[in-house]
Write a protein that binds this ligand. Structure first.
Ligand SMILES: CSC[C@H]1O[C@H](OP(=O)(O)O)[C@H](O)[C@@H]1O
Length: 245
């Protein structure tokens, strides 16, 4: 089943008809919220609120391993993760389907291979996002009237504070185009579980130093409101066009 992870501004999906809740405890603890199973645009889907419902867990407090395992146990066969991001070179309001990711987080539980008695696998992560799933996501975006960007690199920072202007300059020199706090270890855990994973990122503010003003939650929330409505439409188009599994 196609699964969605919603982040800031996407704690629930309007239009998702509820079938059941999976309250799954994993060997790593509980997921942020029960996994919702339902129907979106006539298609079966799963949904998980990354930060909980209501949104209570900060990015460094999310139990990413429990979230990903709970989705797999609920029947996820592929995952589209939605993120709010700052724009380094991408414009505010744009939807981005990144092609690469760089991990600047620290101290997070970032692997399932933590048991010395179990065989260790060094997963290939050259191309962190699934090409076929990205392709279907891009087709859904092309059918929408939303401005969107194909490609770019997501910088995963530790948070919960926003970055300094100097940090953003460094991230830009590294080749990053957008910045958020949750892409890692989520993306690599999906890879370790063998789940195709792609990200749909909404640019909610110019990254630090990219506009001549401070970043305020009020400006972010103003963009989130309309932006997540566009995201919901894209997800509904994607669900309806996805092979049922
Ligand atoms: C200023 S909002 C920061 C918050 O929003 C993003 O969350 P998510 O990726 O779950 O949409 C960002 O990573 C931070 O957690």
């Amino acid at each position: 089943m196609l699964a969605f992870i919603g982040g800031t501004g996407l704690t629930r999906i309007d239009g998702l008809t509820l079938r059941k809740h999976h309250a799954i405890g994993t060997r790593f603890g509980d997921a942020s919220a029960p996994v919702v199973e339902g129907e979106l645009n006539g298609a079966p889907v799963l949904f998980l609120a990354r930060h909980g419902d209501p949104h209570v867990r900060l990015p460094h407090q999310v139990n990413y391993r429990a979230n990903m395992l709970a989705l797999k146990e609920a029947g996820a066969s592929e995952i589209v993760a939605v993120n709010a991001v700052g724009g380094i070179t991408a414009d505010t309001g744009a939807l981005v389907v990144p092609e690469q990711i760089i991990d600047y987080t620290w101290g997070r539980e970032a692997t399932f291979f933590d048991d010395p008695d179990e065989p260790l696998v060094h997963v290939d992560f050259s191309w962190p996002f699934d090409a076929a799933l990205r392709g279907r996501l891009k087709a859904a975006l092309a059918a929408s009237d939303a401005p969107w960007v194909d490609g770019g690199c997501y910088a995963a920072t530790q948070g919960p504070r926003l970055e300094t202007a100097a940090e953003i300059r460094r991230l830009e020199q590294d080749g990053n185009t957008i910045v958020g706090m949750t892409g890692m270890p989520e993306a690599v855990l999906a890879r370790e579980l063998g789940l195709p994973y792609a990200m749909l990122s909404l640019v909610v503010n110019p990254a630090a130093g990219k506009a001549d003003r401070e970043i305020t939650m009020a400006e972010i929330e103003a963009v989130l409101h309309g932006g997540m409505d566009r995201v919901r439409k894209v997800l509904a188009t994607l669900a309806a066009s996805s092979p049922t599994q």
